[in-house]
Design a protein around this ligand. Structure first.
Ligand SMILES: Cc1ncc(COP(=O)(O)O)c(C=O)c1O
Length: 464
């Protein structure tokens, strides 16, 4: 069997760390499966043309990061899935390595953050800050935590003062806090016609009316937003201008500017959901940077670092901050200080931004893989995005197509899962590329979808 060789391209820094980072990538992508035995470090050194000292340091660092385990007399192995003391394996609900291939969930690739969080948890547990982190905190977050939020927002292109940063339990909690604090029952909230549906569900629960701004292939249309502002007096507009789920569109500079100006002219609050922003650093400036008095910016560490951390940050014009803090206070009293401390250290030591880069790199690899399998089939995607949006051939119903995929062991989401008006749901499906850790399973899933697409097109071309 061929020995494992790390692909060092795109990795910077000392050689031994490049080897560790490439190893982490391969473990995350499933190329190095749990339990795989690694080549002896001297052999790897020979193959890579580096000194044995370099590979020995790399293995030691990988063991420290809990990527590998050494067994005396047997060798060095990729660490296997952890087992609880009860004997149960950890809950891998969303990342099963067998059963249906799941392309329906928009999660980042797993594994990158784990060694860093392990190390930070170990540091916290042996340090002096733990007692304070286990206490209730005062009204606002700890200063160091707000500072970390400020830094993360800065990384996302937003300049905010520390006092304007509010920590939340993920972006979803942030959005709920925004809806409860700036909208009242009976107010009108505009959304994109295809959107993150939990926001519509929250609005319904809060008796907030919703309406849709029109969208074309380049995203929401500023003129449609302007018309609705004139005719319907909306209070706020919720939108995802970067790597929009599900359409993958990133709004252009001009459209962003136009939307920011329309919001300011009509005193409409923009609720900018930028959960994917950290994956696309070259995007045009956020809306909140253009209309800082009229935009609330909501983001989190979920897509770039790890969704299970449940850490998010929002920032808003000064006048709205007290109400937003109050909403956090009423809903959860405070964002858990212990987990905020983990996030603060990840951000402070710049690991969080490195993890975003790793996610982005893997996203690009997977987008290339998808293109090589889907070939001539037309779909929307972004090189940094975690998913693709696949319109179905004329006459093919998305519920039927989703069922066909499921019958062949592949789960996908259909257009109506994103459509507030079900009758306007497009005939398309979303395929998420980063949720499956194992690239072989992803390949198989995409091949199944491609075969069904080709089969459907030819059936319809032949009018069968
Ligand atoms: C567009 C969008 N907004 C918000 C969220 C929620 O993110 P978080 O995990 O930070 O709560 C998601 C999660 O999938 C999302 O896709």
């Amino acid at each position: 069997m061929a020995i494992w060789l790390p692909d060092l391209e795109g990795h910077d820094g000392p050689k031994y760390l490049q080897i560790v980072e490439a190893m982490a990538d391969d473990i995350a992508s499933g190329r190095l499966a749990p339990g795989t035995r690694l080549p002896p470090h001297r052999e790897l050194a020979y193959q890579l043309g580096v000194s044995a000292n370099t590979t020995s340091r790399a293995y030691a660092e990988a063991v420290r990061r809990a990527l590998l385990r050494g067994e005396v007399g047997r060798g060095t192995f990729v660490r296997s899935v952890e087992v609880h003391s009860s004997g149960e394996t950890l809950n891998t609900l969303h990342r099963a390595r067998e059963g249906p291939i799941d392309l329906s969930r928009n999660l980042p690739s797993p594994g990158f953050a784990e060694p860093h969080v392990r190390r930070i948890l170990a540091d916290i547990s042996s340090g002096s800050s733990l007692p304070a982190l286990l206490d209730y905190q005062a009204e606002a977050d700890l200063t160091s935590h707000s500072e970390a939020g400020r830094q993360w927002l800065e990384f996302c292109g937003i300049t905010a003062s520390r006092d304007q940063v509010v920590a939340t339990i993920g972006a979803q909690h942030g959005l709920l806090c925004v809806l409860t604090s700036i909208l009242n029952p009976g107010d009108l909230l505009l959304t994109e016609p295809l959107t993150y549906m939990p926001v519509c569900a929250m609005a319904e629960r809060l008796d907030i009316h919703t309406g849709q701004v029109e969208m074309d292939a380049e995203g929401v249309i500023p003129e449609s937003f302007d018309t609705l502002c004139r005719m319907s007096n909306p209070k706020a507009f919720y939108l995802t201008p970067t790597l929009q789920a599900p359409t993958t569109v990133t709004l252009s500079d001009q459209r962003r500017q136009a939307i920011a100006e329309i919001a300011a002219n009509h005193s409409v609050v923009l609720i900018e959901d930028d959960v994917f922003g950290a994956l696309k650093p070259d995007r045009p400036a956020p809306l909140a940077a253009r209309a800082p008095d009229h935009a609330i910016y909501v983001t989190s560490l979920s897509k770039a670092v790890a969704p299970g951390l449940r850490v998010g940050f929002l920032t808003a014009p000064e006048r709205l901050v007290p109400a937003l803090r109050h909403a956090v206070n009423l809903s959860v009293w405070m964002t858990p200080p212990l987990i905020l401390e983990v996030a603060t250290r990840l951000i402070g030591e710049r690991t969080a931004s490195t993890l975003a880069t790793q996610q982005r790199r893997l996203a690009t690899q997977r987008q290339n893989l998808a293109r090589s399998i889907l070939g001539e089939i037309d779909y929307a995607a972004d090189a940094n995005g975690l998913h693709i949006w696949l319109p179905l051939p004329e006459g093919v119903r998305s519920d039927v197509f989703r069922t066909q995929c499921a019958q062949q062991g592949v789960l996908v989401s259909e257009g109506r899962s994103f459509a507030p008006c079900a009758n306007l749901a497009p005939k398309a499906v979303r395929l998420c590329l980063s949720h499956e850790p194992d690239e072989t399973r992803l390949t198989e899933g995409l091949q199944t979808v491609a075969n069904l697409m080709r089969g459907s097109s030819s059936r319809f071309a032949l009018n069968i």
